[in-house]
Design a binder for this molecule. Structure first.
Ligand code: RFL
Ligand code: PHB
Length: 388
């Protein structure tokens, strides 16, 4: 078998790359470890930056997004029992975010690739990468071989791509956080039109949504938390304790459809390239979910990669490919910084003396009270320019 670009992974990065390459007349084959149903149902991100929405629309992926996406013009930061609005319309005119579940983006992209005759192989196990530092890299799938011009490692944080790079050819920068998120999907109407990020002395909580009928909520918990210790009643009690505000607001309760625990990590691999292997999305970097950036970063990476590959096939010029890692990393580190900052501001750390709590409350007071500080939050939240 042969193709121009072999793509490992059918997450947002791999699928969007394949779609953008197709629009540029470049062929690709996607190899995915799981079933189509599994990747279409995996509950993950929910917030699309303005630039991600623009790219999906421009590339013909906007039909359902336009109908079902919920456009938000602000978020709220809640602390000391009060909610404070960050107004995107005022602070970043013309830019907003859209709540549209990651699995919906995945479904749209898979359908578009299938309709265009694209090759996606699901349930492909036992993938290994060979000849990455030669001009003919290949992907072995058991006894079969897919020979490519380039390989795109879009296989997330536990994939084979990153692990195929010799250790002395990359550097890993990493931070662990001493907490995790317990997330639920509930059949309850969202009782706020916008997301609410809450700082509480018992820990962080987040109010989000998926549709006018479904609420998505998260609670800060211990990194080794046992989900069995969280029956539904305890989850609701804790959410209400943290999120209720003095004006009487609290989330509406309903049947819990899904629950799970997500660890928190910051990680960046440098460079994002080894020979003819290019890493994109979670394969190259992980951000804690507090800034809602993971999927958006994955999309920003593959936009750069698709342009570079298109330029190579159109003109034979390699400059953009050679600059791929440096171009992406400039933005990756800015987004990493923002995600770390939001995480550090909004979570309870295990400090005993009250200094940290007072410092965080002062920071929240400043961020919500100063136009300069609110603008900084807003411009990062709606998304920095795709290349910055
Ligand atoms: P993915 O989505 O993990 O896709 C990688 C794919 O590769 C496959 N794979 C392999 N295939 C073949 N062979 C192998 N050896 C393979 N190994 C792995 C996997 O099966 C999978 O299908 O990575 P990608 O494309 O880089 O996309 C990254 C995003 O999925 C991720 O960053 C976001 O979900 C993060 N995230 C959020 N991002 C946002 O932009 N906004 C949000 O609001 C947001 N909220 C979140 C989040 C992630 C969360 N969790 C569960 C980690 C909220 C949560 C709770
Ligand atoms: C979500 O809706 O899943 C979500 C929203 C905002 C975040 C993280 C997750 O920061």
């Amino acid at each position: 078998m042969r193709t121009q670009v072999g793509i490992i992974g059918a997450g947002p990065a791999g699928l969007m790359l394949s779609h953008l390459l197709h629009l540029e007349g470049v062929e690709s084959v996607i190899l995915e470890a799981h079933t189509r149903q599994y990747v279409e149902e995996r509950v993950r991100a929910g917030v699309l930056e303005q630039g991600t929405v623009d790219l999906l629309m421009e590339s013909g992926m906007g039909a359902r997004l336009k109908k079902q996406g919920l456009v938000h013009h602000g978020i709220e930061l809640s602390f000391s029992g009060r909610r404070n609005r960050i107004d995107f319309q005022d602070l970043t005119p013309g830019r907003s975010i859209t709540v549209y579940a990651q699995q919906e983006v995945i479904k749209d992209l898979i359908q578009a690739r299938m309709d265009a005759g694209g090759e996606i192989h699901f349930e492909v196990s036992d993938v290994s990468l060979h000849g990455l530092d030669t001009s003919k890299p290949s992907i072995h799938i058991g006894a079969q071989e897919l020979v490519c011009d380039f390989v795109a490692g879009c296989d997330g944080s536990h994939g084979v791509s990153r692990a195929s790079i010799p250790e002395d050819a990359l550097r890993v920068f990493e931070r662990e956080y001493p907490f995790a998120w317990l997330g639920i999907l509930a059949e309850a109407p969202p009782v706020s039109d916008e997301l609410i990020y809450t700082y509480h002395e018992r820990g962080f909580a987040l109010f989000s949504m998926r549709s006018p009928q479904i609420t998505r909520l998260y609670l800060q918990c211990a990194p080794d938390e046992d989900i069995a210790r969280w029956p539904d009643a305890r989850i609701w009690e804790e959410l209400c304790t943290r999120q209720a505000t003095s004006d009487g607001w609290r989330p509406a309760e309903g049947p819990i459809l899904q629950k799970g625990i997500t660890g928190m990590r910051s990680l960046v691999i440098e460079p994002m390239q080894y020979g003819r292997l290019f890493l994109a999305g979670d394969a190259a970097h992980i951000v804690p979910p507090t800034g809602a950036k993971g999927m958006n970063l994955a999309i920003a990476d593959v936009r750069v990669l698709a342009r570079a590959l298109a330029e190579f096939y159109a003109t034979g010029r390699r400059e953009l490919l050679d600059q791929y890692s440096a171009t992406c990393l400039r933005r990756v580190w800015k987004v990493q910084r923002f995600s770390w900052w939001m995480t550090a501001m909004l979570h309870r750390f295990d400090s005993k003396d009250g200094f940290e709590l007072r410092r965080q409350l002062a920071e929240l007071d400043y961020v919500t009270g100063s136009r300069a500080a609110s603008t900084s939050l807003a411009e990062n939240y709606v998304g920095l320019p795709m290349e910055c």
